[in-house]
Design a binder for this molecule. Sequence first.
Ligand code: 8X3
Length: 251
Amino acid sequence: MAILITGASAGFGAAMAKTFVQAGYAVIGTARREDKLLDLQQELGELFQPIAMDVCDKNSIQAALNHINMLPEHFHEIDCLINNAGLALGLDKAHQAEFDDWETMIHTNIIGLTYLTRQILPQMVQRGRGLVINMGSIAGNYPYPGGNVYGATKAYVRQFSLNLRADLHGTGVRVSNIEPGLVGGSEFSNVRFKGDDERAAQLYEHANALTPQDIADTALWLYQRPAHMNVNSIEIMPTTQSFAALNVHKT
Ligand code: 8X3
């Protein structure tokens, strides 16, 4: 039995890979950047198997799934799929945002996640057990300026997760959606701000944000819940983050 984690080369995915390996589980980590995965394997040893995969490319996903069968046997059955690969690009208003960025987010956060899930689910249903953990976001629950398509993709992830639960009724397969707020220590904002590392750093300065380890610990906790328990969604914020009032534009 193995844990399959997408986007495992950095951030949440790398923290999850380490956390699950340290707990004794066999982990397959996928990402586009194979060199980063190989570095992680150096660190984690044989319980971690890297596979280069672009979650936006169905052929690449198929090739990765075929590759799993060439790994040692205890990696063959995926008991937990962690759909972690995803990204935000830009924080511009909808009328100013780059459409290419929107497309990339839709391809990665929605289409890639959905396709891979569809490929993995049958084996879980057949075994009558398994867990799909999707990485949602508070951005899927609360609108904010510039969140436009990113938030919409995460709202999709949340509803897809809940609808999977409806379809998987009676199969024993569990689905959880993790919805984090502000998390520092990953490349998330550096990617969102397209390399403006100073802007990214400012966001987390003095914010006492969550860490990738907090999210990895949550994923492990979800996986280790007993088979009769399904956490549908878990929304997590740093204590420093809360809600603001709605805006009123006065003329
Ligand atoms: C990341 C959380 O608040 O930056 O998904 O959208 S937020």
